[in-house]
Design a protein around this ligand. Structure first.
Ligand SMILES: [Zn+2]
Length: 366
């Protein structure tokens, strides 16, 4: 007696359904391959470095299309909106406030320059996908070569850090310097987290110090998250006062103590936020008499931000930024303004309106 087979013998003939499935898989794979080839062969956006043109009234605006992080499309799955800076720059040009050639454009700053403020061993680890992916909360495949990470992820951040350095010089030389990027306020000397790997503000302050700027510098951080990175950089530096007002229940937890921390409750609206800011900012300006104010002006305070719980309107965000700019201007204190986080639906338009309002304020005050 012959035992029955455990299962049917495999058919040597393909069914029509399996054939169609095979064709569909082949089409998907070849499309993915074509997209990958296109991505690999297309160079990341670049722009020639240039000093930029100070605007009427004394303002320099730094921006480059090279700030745009692109990583095989997975950046689109991330709350980091890669096109925000481009949209703000285009909006300012459309408003006639400046020409495309007026923007100051920086080269990527490079690890050697960053090592003036960051731990060199930490900078080396950022060339590895695992470390970089953790800091940026991007799931970067570990097989990605370092050269690809450098071109697609590190260079854009290093270009934006260079933009903050140019904007800081612009602030010192003309009164107001704005970088349409930067504000990576979670980056610490030997650690990156919260989408931040380099501290553009720490490098900009270091650069100005090297170039002879003395006196107190006041950091005013009004992003919805605490500026723990700025606190970490300047905790032992009595010449930099690090002030952060932020939603108390958000990342980072635990917080790192700064010179002044003002935790805010979720749901705080325009009037409550602006009253709190003014209550703390004006005495700081008058008591510290800083030689520069650095405003880390995140847009994640907006009511439609998906990651936070503050309830500022777009008009409230403009009022916040104009409050810091006009209070600094009245006291003839140069202001460096960086955009920091915030990628909700109204973030780009609100920040465009705020930059436009600050540029108009400078021009009118002349
Ligand atoms: Zn934030």
């Amino acid at each position: 007696m012959t035992a029955p087979p455990a299962s049917d013998p495999p058919s040597t003939q393909r069914s029509p359904a399996r054939g169609r499935l095979g064709v569909a898989i082949a089409v998907v794979l070849s499309t993915a391959l074509a997209a990958a080839l296109l991505w690999v062969t297309q160079p990341p956006p670049r722009a020639e470095a240039r000093a930029g043109t100070p605007l009427h009234g004394g303002a320099l605006v730094a921006y480059s299309p090279a700030y745009r992080v692109s990583f095989f499309g997975i950046e689109h799955l991330h709350p980091f909106d890669i096109a925000k800076y481009d949209r703000i720059a285009a909006g300012l040009v459309e408003r006639g406030l400046l020409a495309p050639t007026d923007f100051a454009v920086a080269e990527p700053v490079g690890d050697h320059t960053l090592a003036a403020v960051h731990d060199p061993a930490y900078l080396v680890t950022l060339h590895e996908a695992a470390t970089l992916g953790r800091a940026l909360e991007l799931d970067l495949p570990s097989i990605v070569p370092a050269s690809t990470l450098e071109r697609r992820v590190l260079d854009p951040f290093q270009s934006a850090v260079g933009g903050t350095v140019l904007a800081a010089r612009g602030a010192r030389d003309h009164g107001l310097g704005i970088n349409l990027g930067g504000g990576y306020h979670h980056a610490r000397p030997a650690m990156g987290h919260g989408f931040c790997i380099y501290s553009d503000v720490a490098l900009a302050i270091h650069t100005l110090r090297q170039e002879g700027l003395e006196g107190t510098i006041l950091i005013v951080d009004t992003d919805a998250h605490q500026g723990d990175g700025s606190h970490a950089f300047f905790t032992d530096d009595p010449t930099v006062f690090s002030f952060s007002m932020h939603q108390g229940s958000l990342f980072p937890i635990p917080k790192l103590a700064g010179d002044l921390d003002v935790p805010l409750r979720a749901g705080l609206d325009d009037d409550g936020f602006l009253w709190t800011l003014e209550e703390h900012l004006i005495p700081l300006l008058d008591q510290l008499e800083p030689v520069m104010v650095v405003h880390v002006a995140g847009a994640d305070v907006l009511v439609d931000d998906p990651l936070t719980g503050l309830h500022l309107s777009p008009k409230g965000l403009v009022r916040r930024d104009v409050l810091v700019a006009s209070a600094s201007r009245e006291r003839e204190i140069p202001l460096l303004h960086v955009l920091a986080g915030g990628y909700g639906p109204s973030a780009a338009k609100a920040q465009e309106a705020s930059v436009a309002a600050m540029l108009t304020l400078m021009a009118e005050a002349e």
